[in-house]
Structures are given as structure tokens and as C-alpha cells.
Design a protein around this ligand. Structure first.
Ligand SMILES: Nc1ncnc2c1ncn2[C@@H]1O[C@H](COP(=O)(O)OP(=O)(O)OP(=O)(O)O)[C@@H](O)[C@H]1O
Ligand SMILES: [Mg+2]
Ligand SMILES: [Mg+2]
Length: 494
């Protein structure tokens, strides 16, 4: 269990967190209409008669959206309900032309599953934890109101109206802001592996409703508040922290927590009441009469399962086991699907090498390539160096053409010019030399110029060996094979 506690006047408080995540489904068309679901179109350019709720229009479920949700459910290790049903959730708001949202309350598409979060000592997560997922259902998104386009009017953009969302509801299993952060990162990673949601929180394609309550350890759960539509992991963590502290203050001040919807204000780092229980919506849920229940055939379910890619936990275990990578490398390389893809393309280009080369490749990717991408402010799928070029560079190191130092120089030139490493080595004469005659000649010069140090070394000052290596390498412009230099120095110095 997490050791995260809030210190109040009356003792320590435990924080209980449950997250409802809305994830926009990757699909060409919307959940019940053929209009485009793409982000970034001009306002109201992707609106069909169904999305605008014209009278007499009938919804038709988009099989692709259902497929994405089923695959996501499978990736969460959840039960897939072969029979589910759509319900109308009725409420009145200007961004909702139908006057109701088609959702699934009573019979969701996906039942209970789990998400495992890793131990993270720095974040105070002592050991890996399995967080329960209550359900996953599909529903329609609403449109977007714009209040900043005109001094006295609000505009509505219905492009998002009817786009498919997956609502993924966790159990109240998290106990600290860090655990909530880790849960969201892991969920986002899984969604991206499956390809069912791009997980882009800035563009709003993944957002979280944050349910928080506090209690003394061992007590029953307290009353929760729900902070709606938080759009970054950092804000989710901050909202939990501030809301939990607020609740402790209220309770210790003799007050009561009311179950209510709140909003997080990042500028003031506080949550504010949006609507309280008294004016809580009665959504008057009922089965949508325009839609038949969803019945999934065995073939459809089997096909979804067959399409499921290797998922982050399995991939990581394979990297550690089959490829023999250190645990840290395996974790870093699998945490995000683009990185794993790049790494696997690198291994493919290297001809599916054994453990030693795989490890060298993983180290190079994590330190050199990530370092460079960081500097350039680029994501891995925008890397100026391709996996094939990376593999070629690593091969030049493996066959002794390049030393580690030279490889770094060549890599810098690759980043600048986009050229292949072999060509750079050829054109700029950056080859490492193992020519013993040339190296011996340089060693002789170095020893002549440092006769005093040679005497000290021979008198027992072993530490000086590194000095001679350094001098020799420097005199050879970094191009000598360090193995050969070491060997020859040992022989010559005695
Ligand atoms: N005492 C509690 N403290 C913190 N979180 C809780 C507590 N009880 C329930 N939760 C969490 O609150 C969330 C409830 O979500 P759910 O979708 O079931 O209902 P809802 O919020 O009432 O409905 P809506 O989808 O309309 O917002 C879940 O994530 C659950 O884990
Ligand atoms: Mg909910
Ligand atoms: Mg809710």
C-alpha cells in the first residue's frame, strides 16, 4: 500500500481515488454517423444530419468503433460482454443537439479488468500494484461551445458531436497522486499500443474525471467529489492533492463533504464547486429505442483478439527474458509504442542479433539517440536517423571500424547531414586504426616525451596506465583501436 498520507490537525488521512477516463476512439467516422471524426477541421465541417439531431435521423453503430473498444477491453484483461445495450442519458445543454447522449449505463460493452502500475521508489510507489477497472463503455461526445469568439454571443462547433468515446472507469483503488499519474500513463500506453486512442491530452482526446475522498486508515470510504475534465496528468495529480487537502480542512473544521461536481483551476491550483447534489442531474436513463442491443458474434470477438498486438507488459517481459536486456532498458523501451517499434526496426535491420548486440543497441538508443532527440526537441518517430542507419552505425562499432568515441562523432554528423555512417567514415577518414606499426610508433613518442612518468610507472605507480592510454589516443586523434592500444602499452611499458 502507498504510504502517502495527508497530515491533518487530528492525525493522518488516507486519500481514495477513482478515475473515469474519456478516451476518444481512433476511427474514420463517428459512433453513429458517417461524418469524419478527424481532429482539426474548420468548425461545423464534420457534421452529418444525425450529429445535428435533425428530426427522423437514425443512428447506425460504427463497427470499427465497437472493434476498437472490444480490443481495448481485451488489452485491459477484461470480460467482453457479448450482449450490451445503448441507453439515453438525458440532459439539456447547448452543445448537445439531441438533448441526450447515447451511452451505456446498465449493460456496458466491457466488464471488469485491471491495469498494473510499476513500483517507482522516487514517486513513493513501493511495489507494483494492480488497479481494478470497473467497466468500459462506449458513448457519444458532445459538441464544443466557444465563448471567446464574440463579445455577446457564444458559438457552437458540432464537429466533435457524436464522435465515439470510451469511458474507462477505475475502481476506487488508488491511494496517492503518484499512483493516479502512473495509472494514467499506463492506460495511455496501452491505448496507444492497441491504436484505439491517440492519448493526446492537449487535444482533448483523453481526459479524466477525478473522484476523490479522504478517510482515516481503516475507516469506510468517505463521500467523494468528482472533478471533471482534467486535461493533463500533472493537473490530475495537482487536483487530487489540493482537493484532498480541502476535504481534510472541511472535515476537521466540523463540516461535511457533499457529493458534488467540481472544476480544477490550474492557475490557482484549486478545485471549485460546479454543481452540488441539490441540483444534480436526474439523467432519466432509458434504453435507446432507436438502437437494437449489440450482439457480438464469436467470429467478431475472435478477430478482435487476433488483431491485438503484443502489449507493454508482455513486451517488457520478452525484452528481459528472450533478449536479455537489463530491466531498466526493457521498461524504458516498452513504455511507449513508438519507441518499441523503433527499437524492433533497429533489431530487424541488425539481422535479429544475439543478446550482446541487442543490449548494445538498447543502450545506444536510450543514451545516444534519446539524448540527441531531446536536444532537437523531436519525438522518436521524427528521428533524423533511421533504424537502418542506427543498425549500420552499431555494426561499424561491433566490427571494430569505429571506437565508441568515433561512433559518437559519426552519429553527430549523421544527425546533421542525414548521411549513412559508412559513407561518413569513408569520406571523412574516421576509421579506427588497429595498425600496430602506427600505434607502436606513437607509443614510442609518448614514452619519450614522458620519460619521468614511465619511470614512475615502472616504479609501481600503476595508476599512470590510464594516462598513457589517454596520451596515445589523443596523439592518434581518437582513431586508434583502444583494445590494441591497451595491449601494446602493456607490452611496451612492461
Ligand atoms: N468513496 C470514493 N472515493 C473516491 N472515489 C470513489 C469513491 N466511490 C466511488 N469512486 C469512484 O468514482 C467513480 C464513479 O464513476 P461512475 O462512472 O461509476 O459513476 P458517476 O461518476 O456517478 O457517473 P457519471 O459517469 O455520470 O459521471 C469510479 O471511478 C469509482 O472508483
Ligand atoms: Mg462515469
Ligand atoms: Mg463520474
Amino acid at each position: 500500500m502507498s504510504s502517502y498520507r495527508i497530515q491533518g490537525a487530528t492525525g493522518e488521512w488516507e486519500v481514495v481515488i477513482g478515475l473515469e477516463v474519456h478516451a476518444q476512439v481512433v476511427s474514420n467516422a463517428k459512433l453513429f454517423s458517417g461524418a469524419s471524426a478527424a481532429f482539426g477541421a474548420e468548425p461545423n465541417q464534420s457534421v452529418s444530419l444525425v450529429d445535428a439531431a435533425m428530426p427522423g435521423m437514425l443512428p447506425v453503430p460504427n463497427e470499427e468503433c465497437i472493434r476498437q473498444a472490444v480490443k481495448t477491453g481485451m488489452a485491459l484483461g477484461a470480460e467482453i460482454n457479448r450482449w450490451s445495450r445503448f441507453d439515453r442519458k438525458n440532459y439539456f445543454y447547448a452543445d448537445l443537439p439531441q438533448g441526450y447522449q447515447i451511452s451505456q449505463l446498465y449493460h456496458p460493452l466491457v466488464g471488469e479488468g485491471t491495469i498494473t502500475i510499476d513500483a517507482d521508489e522516487k514517486a513513493g510507489i513501493a511495489e507494483a500494484r494492480t488497479i481494478g477497472v470497473e467497466r468500459l463503455h462506449v458513448e457519444q461526445d458532445a459538441g464544443k461551445l466557444m465563448h471567446d469568439q464574440h463579445p455577446t454571443r457564444s458559438y457552437v462547433d458540432l464537429n466533435r458531436s457524436g464522435v465515439a468515446l470510451m469511458e474507462i472507469v477505475s475502481k476506487p483503488d488508488m491511494r496517492s497522486p503518484s499512483e493516479a499519474g502512473a495509472y494514467l500513463r499506463k492506460l495511455r500506453s496501452i491505448l496507444r499500443y492497441v491504436g484505439s486512442c491517440d492519448g493526446n491530452m492537449e487535444e482533448g482526446s483523453m481526459r479524466a474525471d477525478v473522484n476523490v475522498s479522504v478517510r482515516k486508515a481503516g475507516d469506510p470510504f468517505g463521500t467523494r467529489t468528482e472533478t471533471k475534465n482534467v486535461n493533463s496528468i500533472r493537473f490530475v495529480m495537482a487536483a487530487i492533492e489540493s482537493e484532498a487537502n480541502r476535504q481534510v480542512d472541511v472535515i476537521e473544521g466540523g463540516g461535511k463533504i457533499v457529493q458534488e461536481t467540481r472544476l480544477y483551476d490550474p492557475d490557482r491550483n484549486e478545485t471549485r464547486s460546479m454543481r452540488s447534489k441539490e441540483d444534480a442531474h436526474d439523467y432519466r436513463y432509458f434504453p435507446d429505442p432507436d438502437l437494437l442491443p449489440l450482439e457480438l458474434s464469436e467470429e467478431f470477438v475472435a478477430q478482435c483478439r487476433a488483431e491485438l498486438p503484443e502489449l507493454p507488459d508482455a513486451k517488457r517481459a520478452r525484452y528481459e527474458g528472450e533478449l536479455g536486456l537489463p530491466a531498466y532498458n526493457a521498461a524504458v523501451l516498452t513504455s511507449d509504442v513508438e519507441t518499441a517499434r523503433w527499437f524492433e526496426a533497429l533489431l530487424d535491420a541488425a539481422g535479429k542479433p544475439g543478446a550482446e548486440v541487442a543490449r548494445a543497441a538498447s543502450n545506444w538508443l536510450i543514451s545516444d539517440l534519446f539524448g540527441a532527440l531531446n536536444r532537437l526537441g523531436k519525438a522518436i518517430d521524427e528521428s533524423p536517423v533511421s533504424p537502418r542507419q542506427g543498425a549500420e552505425l552499431l555494426a561499424l562499432v561491433a566490427d571494430g571500424t569505429l571506437s565508441g568515441t568515433l561512433a559518437k562523432q559519426v552519429f553527430e554528423i549523421m544527425l546533421e547531414t542525414g548521411d549513412d555512417p559508412a559513407r561518413i567514415v569513408e569520406e571523412r577518414g574516421l576509421k579506427q586504426t588497429s595498425d600496430t606499426g602506427a600505434i607502436e610508433a606513437v607509443i614510442a613518442e609518448v614514452m619519450a616525451a614522458n620519460a619521468d612518468k614511465v619511470a614512475e610507472y615502472r616504479g609501481g605507480k600503476d595508476k599512470l596506465f590510464g594516462f598513457f592510454v589517454g596520451q596515445t589516443m589523443k596523439a592518434m586523434g581518437g582513431k586508434a583501436n583502444p583494445g590494441v592500444v591497451n595491449e601494446l602499452l602493456k607490452k611496451t611499458l612492461g
